[in-house]
Design a binder for this molecule. Structure first.
Ligand code: KG4
Ligand code: ZN
Length: 339
C-alpha cells in the first residue's frame, strides 16, 4: 500500500510517499529556516503563509520522486494534530482536497505517533511493544507503545519541552535558529563538566520531567556573567547544558525501562538528533542489555515520511476520516485521532 503523506505542523512543509509503513519511496521538504532565522524562532503566521505557497509543489515533487501519479497512490495521509493550528490547517485542507478529487481514503495522523513511527523506517524489524522517548520542540514524553496505534503515556513534561529548553539555552548563548541543532554542532569541543545545572524532580511522579528550572538556570548564568563583564564560554556552557538535559532524559528512561521491563527503546523527535543524547542513550542501553533504535538524523526532526509510516498502521486499524476532518493544536497521543 502506497501512501502520500503530508506534514505541515510547524515550519517545514513535507510530503512523502511511503510503502507499507516501512519503505520511503520519496521524501520532499520545503524548509523555512532562512525566513524564521531573522526572528530567532518560528513565527506562526509566516509559517502558515509559506506552507500555502509551497504545499502544492512539495506534493508534486514527492510524487515525481516516487515515480508515481496521484492516481497510483492508495491513500492520502496528513498530520492533523498537535501543532501550530494555522500551519496544520494548510496540510489538512490540502489533503482533503486531494482525497476528494482522487477518491482515495484520508488518514489523519497524530504528529507524535508519526515521530514514534520514524523508527519503523530506520529500524525495519522494530515491532511493538517497546518504550519510546519522544523529545521534540513541543513535547517530552515517555510512552509505552503497546501496539502500532495503542499508547500508554508513562511520563511527560510538566512545563517546557526538552527542545524548548535547548532552543532557549542556544538563544541566550548566541547560537542562531534552529538553536538546538546549532548548539549541538558548536559545542562538540566544549567541556561538558565545566558547569552544573539543577536536575529537577517532580514530587510523586518519578517519570515526569521539568525543564523550566534548567532553562532559567542557564539564562541566569549567562546574564550574571554578562553583567559582571566576565567572558561567556558558550561552548562549555552549551556542552554542560546538553549533558545535563541528556542525563535527566536518561535517568527517567532508565526508570521507565525498569518499571515496565521492556527490552527495546526507540527514541524520536528533533532532540533525538542530539549527539550527546544519542551517545548517552547508547551507553544506557548497552549497560542494561536493551535494544536501542534511533531514527536516522533526517527522520528525527519533522518530516512527512514518518507520517506516511504511521498512516499505514492507522489505516489497518480503521482510523480513516471523512471530509469533516479538522485540525487541532493539542491532542493527547492516546486519543483517537479522527475529529
Ligand atoms: O520534532 P521537531 O523537529 O519539531 C517538533 O515537533 O517540535 O523538534 C524540534 C526541536 C527543536 O527544539 C530543536 O532545537 C530540537 O528539536 N533539535 C535539537 C537538535 N536538532 C533539533 N536539539 C538538540 N540537538 C540537536 N541536534
Ligand atoms: Zn515534531
Amino acid at each position: 500500500m502506497k501512501i502520500l503523506a503530508i506534514e505541515s505542523s510547524c515550519d517545514d512543509t513535507g510530503a512523502a510517499v511511503v510503502e507499507n509503513g516501512r519503505a520511503v519511496l520519496s521524501n520532499a521538504v520545503a524548509s523555512q529556516i532562512p525566513e524564521h532565522v531573522l526572528y530567532g524562532g518560528v513565527v506562526p503566521e509566516i509559517a502558515s503563509r509559506r506552507h500555502c505557497e509551497s504545499i502544492s509543489a512539495v506534493c508534486r515533487q514527492a510524487l515525481r520522486d516516487a515515480g508515481l501519479t496521484l492516481g497510483q497512490v492508495d491513500a492520502i495521509a496528513v498530520t492533523n494534530a498537535p501543532g501550530l493550528i494555522g500551519a496544520l490547517l494548510v496540510g489538512v485542507n490540502f489533503a482533503k482536497g486531494l482525497s476528494f478529487s482522487s477518491g482515495k481514503p484520508l488518514i489523519p495522523v497524530h504528529h507524535l505517533r508519526g515521530h514514534v513511527a520514524s523508527n519503523y523506517i530506520s529500524s525495519p524489524e522494530l515491532e511493538p511493544p517497546f518504550l519510546s522517548l519522544v523529545v521534540s520542540g513541543g513535547h517530552t514524553h515517555l510512552i509505552e507503545v503497546t501496539d502500532y496505534t495503542r499508547y500508554r503515556v508513562l511520563g511527560r513534561t510538566r512545563d517546557d519541552a526538552a527542545g524548548e529548553a535547548m532552543d532557549k539555552a542556544a538563544r541566550v548563548l548566541g547560537f542562531p535558529y534552529p538553536g538546538g541543532l546549532n548548539m549541538d554542532r558548536a559545542c562538540r569541543e566544549g567541556d561538558a563538566f565545566a558547569y552544573r545545572f539543577p536536575k529537577p524532580r517532580v514530587d510523586g511522579a518519578p517519570l515526569d520531567f521539568s525543564f523550566s528550572g534548567m532553562k532559567t538556570a542557564v539564562i541566569n548564568l549567562v546574564h550574571q556573567k554578562t553583567q559582571k563583564g566576565e567572558p561567556v564560554a558558550a561552548a562549555d556552557i552549551g556542552a554542560s547544558f546538553m549533558r545535563a538535559v541528556a542525563d535527566v532524559l536518561c535517568e527517567k528512561t532508565q526508570a521507565a525501562l525498569e518499571s515496565t521491563g521492556l527490552k527495546t527503546l526507540a527514541a524520536a523527535g528533533g532532540v533525538s538528533a542530539n549527539s550527546v543524547l544519542r551517545r548517552e542513550l547508547a551507553r544506557l542501553c548497552k549497560k542494561r542489555n536493551v535494544r536501542l533504535c534511533l531514527p536516522e538524523l533526517r527522520y528525527c526532526g519533522d518530516n512527512a515520511a514518518m507520517i506516511g509510516a504511521e498512516a499505514y498502521y492507522e489505516y489497518l486499524a480503521g482510523n480513516v476520516a471523512d471530509l469533516n476532518l479538522n485540525a487541532s493544536a493539542t491532542m493527547d497521543i492516546d486519543k483517537l485521532v479522527t475529529i
